[in-house]
Design a protein around this ligand. Sequence first.
Ligand SMILES: Cc1cc2nc3c(=O)[nH]c(=O)nc-3n(C[C@H](O)[C@H](O)[C@H](O)COP(=O)(O)O)c2cc1C
Length: 330
Amino acid sequence: MNEDNFYTKKLKQKQAILAPMAGYTDAPFRYLANSYGSAWTVTEMVSAKALVNGNLQGVEIAAAYKNEKDLVIQIYGREPELLTEAGQILFEKYQPKALDLNMGCPVKKIVSKGMGSSLMQEPELAAKIVNNLVNKVKIPISVKMRLAYKDKTAAGIIQKLEDAGASLIAIHARTAEQKYTGEANWQEIVKLSKLVKIPIVGSGDITSQAEFENYSKQGLGIMIARASLGKPWIFASLRGAAEPSKKEIAKICFKHAVLHCAWYQNIGLNEKQSMQKFRSKLLAYLVFLEDKSEFRHMDSLDNLRQFINSYFNLEIQESDINTKPMQRKL
Ligand SMILES: Cc1cc2nc3c(=O)[nH]c(=O)nc-3n(C[C@H](O)[C@H](O)[C@H](O)COP(=O)(O)O)c2cc1C
């Protein structure tokens, strides 16, 4: 039996996990997911190279709140030394509870450089990366991958990663070639979980409490990605909490907007730029509105607040949302 670590302790609580999503799982969204009971949250994938070379964008993606709970940072790259150095920098800067290696990204720009899911073609290299990280960064190291990349399957790799010291493996239940098409194959995830002693976390298409409970009972951890967009309360819903009303959703949406603008202000985005960046997130919350034309002009928090207050008959003030405890960890 493996000794207890951050991941095994958290998994015992049987809560779903916020999956990494580039462009979405920034600190404000992680905070919201956390507040609804996500077991842990994973950052967007951070380039080890950009980080080590001092490219601020790379650091920005991993940036965390000062006392951020249950933070896992995902990194990508292919050079073991570079990844170890990146892991050390991230550990010192943000004290994450664990680091996760990306072996699942199917995007051409990444796989053409031998990173992301294409690392599945090189199990020895992947094991070396994991082993170096395990030896140099004293927190659990996990890996997130796909069911397969070309002819290389997760079944042929996960034991090697376990032997290299990985503490957990998350698997998106599709092949890299499938990208996001077709159905997630959870039967395969169940089979894979029998091959190793470390926990397996499945990812793909889970939206309901019944599915969550079914796979949870089979000993799997469950990650939620797209179903949490505009719905951070899904982590509570999967454990039986009532769905929020439309009014409550509007309030959560406004809270997210305030946290978002406060967060991006720190990297020099003004409110208008922050609100532009928030637009796709806003639409995900208010998807039930028939007329979304208003959103095109929504370039300040005050616009959004006024719209929400008049449409939903509310009296929200910006000052209702306390962003003070959420300082950046710089
Ligand atoms: C917009 C978007 C960005 C993603 N970015 C990442 C990423 O940075 N790292 C990663 O391992 N997976 C990433 N994924 C994959 C998700 O973590 C997840 O495995 C996948 O979306 C399937 O889960 P779902 O059906 O719950 O969305 C991303 C998915 C989406 C939709």
